[in-house]
Design a protein around this ligand. Structure first.
Ligand SMILES: C[S@@+](CC[C@H](N)C(=O)[O-])C[C@H]1O[C@@H](n2cnc3c(N)ncnc32)[C@H](O)[C@@H]1O
Length: 440
């Protein structure tokens, strides 16, 4: 992917050094950052202040842009592994990309560059590259920056702009990829109350309407926080149970509710997220050091949903290859192993139960170092979280299962999930990634 250095972006946005010195940029980014974190009542202030919007574009676009290829490569990997999913996804065609809360166009740009590269170099069908992009943002300042940036990098794609998702005509959702990048986070979604018990918020009603227009796929890349994950769980349940969407990433094997959604379970406080580890262009790296903001290790919460063409139950689930283990949390490295929290189907659950439904569970996974080469071990230490995909068919002979009796007195002195007290299952992996699947 292109390097989005500070210098390139300043050039595209006609920002002269004398009006926007490095000190000035640092000060403005600090202001945006403060509003995102400590003073969230001011979170919307940057929307209508051009200098704050520019500062956002200069720092957050180049540091957020790699999240999308990370997620989309995982989507393609699942398509490759899961024949029934491949059947569904091969029919996908995105005439339009609708980028909600587009800001300076980060997600639209990332998607187009990713799709162009995949089409040219890896055989992705051309129908995955949109012919038009609909930019939606309440901030006119952001829309103007997004138009400049996208016209520069992807001039052949037609652009339309709207201030609100509710203004986008229904027909535009046909063959559309509906995309949210760090914007659902700013919308009023109230996960704590179930929808039958309360009046939905304005934003929830608009989202509900957009989902009911059946876009072909929905992509969400949002902050990797516990708070956002509560909203993500709510949307996950809306999309899968009320709008019949199928999750492709992160958990295509899911057929029921998220194991982290069970109220009162020891896993209620867990949250599903990924961590992207990346390097940055030197001038952005310097800026992030001046700001003391680490943008090389990026937690995020991402989902990719598709609308299956025919409703035949969960096609992917019935695919025997769909027995995946997904590492959602890294716990620790020990002398002998790497320890993770995994989401997947334990032995009690991977043989079809009577009614054919299988529920994901959280498990502790210990990956032994003994069969890793030094290079593999090093790769493991610097690996992004959310990438690894282990299929049972590949791993069967390498897995050792241990059923943990759920006796809290076992380890009562320690409340950490890492200490097995609450896990039902632990597995040890003797060998991982026989095909070098870590590379993204
Ligand atoms: C954190 S920025 C994200 C920008 C870009 N998508 C990215 O990933 O870098 C959030 C953007 O969402 C916009 N936004 C917030 N609430 C919105 C809403 N209800 N409708 C449309 N845009 C919204 C804000 O104006 C802002 O530009």
């Amino acid at each position: 992917m292109n390097e989005f250095s500070l210098a390139t972006l300043k050039n595209i946005l006609d920002i002269e050094d004398d009006q926007f010195s490095e000190d000035h940029i640092v000060q403005k980014i600090m202001e945006v950052h403060r509003n995102f974190t400590y003073s969230r009542e001011n979170i919307k202030v940057y929307h209508n202040d051009l200098s704050l919007a520019k500062a956002y574009a200069l720092f957050y676009l180049p540091t957020n842009i790699r999240k999308l290829p990370f997620v989309m490569n995982e989507v393609l990997r699942r398509m490759k592994f899961l024949p029934k999913l491949k059947l569904q996804t091969s029919k996908l065609s995105f005439h339009t990309l609708i980028d909600v809360g587009c800001g300076p166009g980060t997600m639209s740009l990332a998607y187009c560059l990713w799709a162009e590269d995949q089409i040219q170099n890896h055989g992705l069908p051309e129908s995955w590259l949109p012919r038009e992009m609909i930019l939606v943002d309440v901030s006119l300042e952001m829309l103007s920056l997004a138009k400049k940036i996208l016209s520069y990098f992807v001039p052949s794609i037609q652009l339309k702009t709207y201030s609100h998702l509710s203004q986008v005509p229904k027909e535009e959702f046909q063959n559309a990829l509906l995309c949210f990048g760090h914007s659902l986070n700013e919308m009023s979604i109230q996960p704590q109350a179930t929808h039958s018990q309360r009046e939905k918020s304005f934003d929830e009603k608009i989202l509900e309407q957009a989902f009911s227009f059946n876009p072909s796929a929905i992509l969400m890349i949002e902050p990797g926080t516990f708070e956002f994950f509560q909203k993500a769980k709510y949307l996950r349940s809306q999309l899968t149970s009320e709008h019949n969407y199928q999750i492709v990433y992160p958990c295509p094997q899911s057929e029921g509710q998220c194991p982290m959604a069970e109220v009162g379970s020891p896993f209620e406080k867990e949250w599903c997220h990924q961590i992207l580890r990346q390097s940055l262009p030197p001038d952005i790296e310097r800026l992030s050091q001046q700001l003391s903001l680490d943008r090389k290790i990026m937690p995020m919460t991402s989902f990719f949903y598709i609308k299956p063409q025919q409703q035949q139950g969960n096609l992917i689930m019935k695919d025997p290859e769909a027995e995946l283990f997904y590492p959602y949390r890294f716990f620790q490295e020990t002398k002998y192993s790497f320890e993770y929290g995994f989401c997947g189907l334990p032995p009690s659950n991977y043989i079809n139960s009577k009614d054919g439904t299988r529920t994901l569970e959280l498990m502790k996974g210990v990956i032994l170092k003994r069969s890793m080469s030094k290079a593999e071990e090093k790769l493991h230490k610097h690996q992004s979280l959310g990438v690894t995909l282990m299929r049972r068919s590949e791993m069967e002979s390498e897995l050792e299962w241990k059923k943990i009796s759920n006796n809290s007195s076992n380890n009562s002195s320690n409340n950490s999930l890492n200490n097995s007290k609450d896990w039902q299952w632990e597995f040890r992996v003797k060998k991982i990634s026989p095909k070098g699947d870590y590379d993204v």
